[in-house]
Design a protein around this ligand. Structure first.
Ligand SMILES: [Zn+2]
Length: 382
């Protein structure tokens, strides 16, 4: 059975492992890094007569290509589709041997988010065959979206001075146009105590007990956040995801720590989160016994106004292909956040559902892949 260009692209892309090592050292180096996939895209774009450039270093490169429109008054849209995938531990399918069954394509990255790039390149090829684009396109495949956002920072530096009008980040939104999403800050709290022999605990100061109080303070903070919801996204949240401490069961511990996942709403940043958490520790009586040792932003929140010209253009192209064009919000963060913060009004749109992202049998509906291709054809074609 012959398959569409987007499906063929997606099969090729899934077969190129581009796992984000996410700071781990136990993942086979043969499947980590985005550079192989970036080079494949550069080669494929070259066959369409489009020059692409690799940014970044080593195995963590990103790819960027500028495609000019025919008119001089055309707007410029960035389409960013991250190259990395999450790791493959515990997967029940072969992650890099794409398989099609019941109009779904299975494999790591099929949904998050190689489908977006597959649709874009298929649409670009179709539009270029017929002539020139109606808008300038900056095609971006950025590394490291799932961890530190290294790639998008390289891309933002590359775009400085070029002033694109707007951007689309392709992520699995089920083809819904996302104009609002939460951001993400990671915070670490360290507790200190004094070690003594486990047989005489009253002589020491148990850092894990102090940390238990800090866990409760974090939970309290989550309750407090509930009272200040964002209209579209609901409240910010905070949740302890990791904790540790101690040296042995018979030693009163002098150190313990926790890491918390703080989801931000528009208007918040790492500075405001830091101030709130420090206050929460003071209010819990933990000042001096605990310290907020890390508080950094992984993803900025997104809030693009409904009447932004980019939102209007995306809505028009969605209507042209008969899809729901009403803007919506999601809880997960994307590279649309940092692009927006860099002054490029951004939206998120892509095939596949977030419920299938990062799963043990990740898949995408091929029907949505075709819808995304048609969307790009309308957006970019004359
Ligand atoms: Zn993604």
């Amino acid at each position: 059975m012959s398959r569409s260009a987007a499906t063929e692209n997606l099969r090729d892309y899934v077969a190129i492992p581009s796992v984000n090592p996410m700071g781990r050292e136990d993942i086979d180096g043969a499947i980590t890094g985005e550079t192989r996939y970036a080079e494949h895209l550069k080669g494929q774009l070259g066959q369409l007569g489009v020059d692409a450039e690799l940014l970044g270093a080593g195995e963590r490169k990103s790819v960027v290509a500028h495609v000019q429109a025919s008119g001089s008054d055309a707007d410029t849209v960035v389409v960013a589709s991250h190259l990395d995938t999450v790791p493959v531990d515990g997967m029940t399918i072969d992650p890099f041997a794409p398989r099609i069954e019941r109009e779904r394509l299975y494999g790591r990255g099929s949904c998050d988010t190689k489908g977006g790039m597959a649709a874009l390149v298929a649409a670009l090829s179709r539009v270029l065959e017929r002539g020139k684009l109606r808008r300038n396109l900056i095609l971006v495949g950025e590394s490291d979206e799932e961890a530190g956002s290294l790639g998008i920072q390289d891309v933002i530096a590359h775009l400085a001075g070029r002033r694109p009008n707007w951007a689309i980040a392709t992520e699995p939104t089920g083809m819904r146009l996302v104009t609002h999403h939460k951001g993400c800050v990671t915070a670490r709290i360290d507790a200190r105590g004094r070690s003594v022999h486990g047989s005489d605990p009253d002589a020491g100061d148990n850092a894990i007990e102090t940390m238990a109080l800090a866990v409760l303070a974090v939970r309290q903070e989550n309750e407090r956040l509930r009272a200040h919801p964002d209209q579209r996204l609901g409240p910010a949240t905070i949740s302890v995801g990791l904790a540790g401490g101690g040296k042995g069961v018979n030693v009163v511990p002098d150190q313990a720590w926790l890491s918390a996942d703080r989801r931000t709403i528009p208007g918040e940043d790492e500075g405001s989160v830091r101030a709130q958490l420090e206050r929460a520790l003071v209010e819990a009586g933990l000042a001096g016994r605990t310290e907020l040792t890390e508080c950094y932003c992984n993803k900025d929140p997104l809030s693009t106004p409904d009447d932004d010209p980019g939102v209007m253009r995306a809505r028009q192209a969605l209507r042209d292909v008969g899809l729901d064009d009403s803007p919506t919000g999601v809880a997960f963060g994307t590279d649309a956040g940092p692009l927006s913060l860099a002054g490029i009004p951004s939206v998120v749109l892509g095939p596949g559902h977030i419920a299938q992202a990062h799963t043990k049998d990740e898949w995408i509906e091929l029907g949505q892949l075709e819808e995304m291709t048609e969307f790009f054809v309308r957006l970019l074609g004359r």
